[in-house]
Design a protein around this ligand. Structure first.
Ligand SMILES: NC(=O)c1ccc[n+]([C@@H]2O[C@H](COP(=O)([O-])OP(=O)(O)OC[C@H]3O[C@@H](n4cnc5c(N)ncnc54)[C@H](O)[C@@H]3O)[C@@H](O)[C@H]2O)c1
Length: 350
């Protein structure tokens, strides 16, 4: 920080950094994106020439040497979150990191240790929590409108939308397939809606059924069938210590009616709802009620921008971040347990 201004460095200047994070930071007064780091020459050229970023580095460690930088925004492929987050915390930067926060629970535990040791903020960029439909629904839930949510069905299902780049299909970069890419979003959201209960156990299956087949086509173009080494389908069952439960199903390529089903259905004792459509199902005086929540009257700020704004305010005002790293730890532990359960055929007890 200098003269009341906060400085941000972005590690990884690819798709999400350019199209979502850059504009989120640019909206904020008293904040400047001072530097980016990316091993891709093309990404560095774009940052310098099209986005006007002052300092560009091929190695993020060089960027970390800039003392004025207060916040590192990590937008690298998943597997690289861990080293960048740890090194950033070690030199005293606050860290916002894209999802999944890390690819193993052990890595998240280390991140939490360093964030506490250095007294620096750490938050996973779970932008769906900042979508207006999520913010409103969470208020309804916390006010008891649904009663006790005893079960949820979380879907991150796509019929033919497989992200084609190595960032998502090569386990050495992604750490996993649709579970880590899109499952983490709907799981985090559902877990938060349910009040982040303590996990008792997890069982799951993961498989690659369609992604290696040449006769299967994706609506986002071709991918390298040989290189593809992550699951294309995963399902898990989470049992909580208070005997509530959650089902998670994720896929990049599923033979199903709709092109996309990105939703979570919450079953509560006083009402049920399917996010994000806002159709609330209740019963009163022996009469079934279908209530439609109208979100369209509220401002529809891009959730990535909201997430960045709120994170920045937590840094500036020294407040607790809303996506607590301890909650992300449970989310990552659940996903990791689904892989382990699939490999070992066992139920993973927490
Ligand atoms: N929240 C969302 O909606 C959302 C959407 C897309 C991606 N993401 C997440 O964002 C991250 C990046 O995804 P993307 O779509 O931008 O991928 P991308 O492949 O477009 O960009 C990743 C960039 O990171 C760079 N990189 C690789 N190694 C690096 C290193 N050691 N140091 C610095 N930079 C490095 C690459 O050169 C590339 O430019 C992933 O974790 C992904 O899960 C989130």
């Amino acid at each position: 920080m200098k003269d009341g201004k906060y400085f941000v460095g972005i590690a990884g200047f690819g798709g999400i950094a350019r199209f979502a994070h850059y504009n989120g930071w640019k909206k904020l007064n008293d904040v400047e994106i001072l530097a980016i780091a990316d091993p891709s020459e093309e990404a560095r050229e774009i940052a310098k020439n099209e986005y006007g970023i002052k300092y560009v580095f091929s190695d993020y460690k060089e960027m970390l040497k800039i003392e004025e930088i207060d916040i590192i925004d990590v937008c690298t492929p998943n597997k690289l979150h861990y080293p960048v987050v740890i090194d950033s915390l070690k030199v005293g930067k606050h860290v916002l990191c894209e999802k999944p926060l890390a690819v193993s629970a052990k890595e998240v535990e280390d991140m939490i240790l360093w964030s506490k040791k250095q007294k620096k903020k750490l938050m996973a960029a779970q932008h769906l929590r900042f979508k207006r439909e999520s913010v409103v629904l969470k208020k309804y839930i916390d006010e008891g409108e649904l009663g006790e949510i005893y079960f949820a069905i979380a879907h991150a299902l796509r019929r033919r939308f497989l992200p084609v780049t190595n960032t998502f299909i090569d386990k050495n970069l992604s750490g996993g397939g649709p579970m880590f890419d899109i499952g983490v979003h709907i799981l985090d959201l559902t877990y938060w809606f349910m009040g982040c209960p303590e996990v008792h156990s997890v069982t799951g299956i993961t498989m690659t059924k369609l992604a290696k087949r040449k006769d299967i086509k994706g609506l986002w173009g071709e991918w390298d069938r040989e290189k593809y080494n992550v699951e294309d389908f995963a399902a898990g069952f989470v049992k909580f210590k208070d005997n509530r439960g959650l089902n998670l199903v994720c896929s990049f390529l599923a033979n199903m009616e709709k092109l996309d089903d990105f939703s979570t259905t919450l079953f509560g004792t006083e009402g049920g709802i399917k996010w994000p459509n806002g159709k609330l199902a209740k019963e009163k005086n022996g009469v079934l009620q279908d209530i439609e929540l109208r979100f369209d009257v509220l401002p529809d700020n891009p959730p990535h921008h909201e997430e960045i704004r709120v994170f920045f305010e937590c840094v500036r005002d020294d407040k607790e971040v809303p996506v607590k790293p301890e909650e992300s730890l449970q989310v990552i532990k659940i996903l990791e347990s689904i892989y382990i359960s699939s490999e070992t055929g066992k139920e993973i007890i927490f």
